[in-house]
Write a new protein. Sequence first.
Length: 226
Amino acid sequence: MTDHQIQRARIAIVEDHLLQRTRTEELLSRSGKYEVVFSGASAPEFTQWVGAAPMIERPHLLVLDLMVDRQPSVSPALVEVMVKAGLKVLVLSALASPLLVRRIVRAGVAGIVGKRDSEDDILAAVSAVLAGEEWMTTELASVIAGDPDRPSLSLQEERALVLYASGLSVDEVGVAMNIGRETAKQYLDRVKKKYASVGVPVRSKLDYGRVAWADGYLDPSLPSEA
């Protein structure tokens, strides 16, 4: 991509938090190098839009958040389809689910930037990915590599942990995950047993929150819904 094309690069944003999405739009538009052609809350919204958009309006780059509150997370299979179709994907994530991020990396995304990184880092990541480069800091790489001493949770177990530790009841976790209450409880029980197997007791809702924060599934600086 030439410098002239980069200056006119079209960008789509998928981010379910309105404040974060609006700020990302402002940041990219303010640079004068990019045109935001789509901004929405979910990957299904984006795929529906891009399927109907004329080629001249389709983005060169998708800035993608992975975790959507109270809805299914972004599918690695969907990301792989988009990448194979020629779309560059930059993940902008709180990295609440290292397992999901690892799967997304294998799907072929070109870069990952954390939500606690600076706005300069976000702009640098966008520029690098559009130029055909990859972007990932050493810190992010270590998070994604994972802690070998941490229990290995399935994606559904991680999701249940995040929702429950965020303040939802077991019933609400079930609704958010589109599963029954008993299935949600089973996922949480598995989380409890896996932590117990490495010597970490999880007996109360506060314990779920503690391990979720300690292992990077939740950002402790963010307010809880409890």
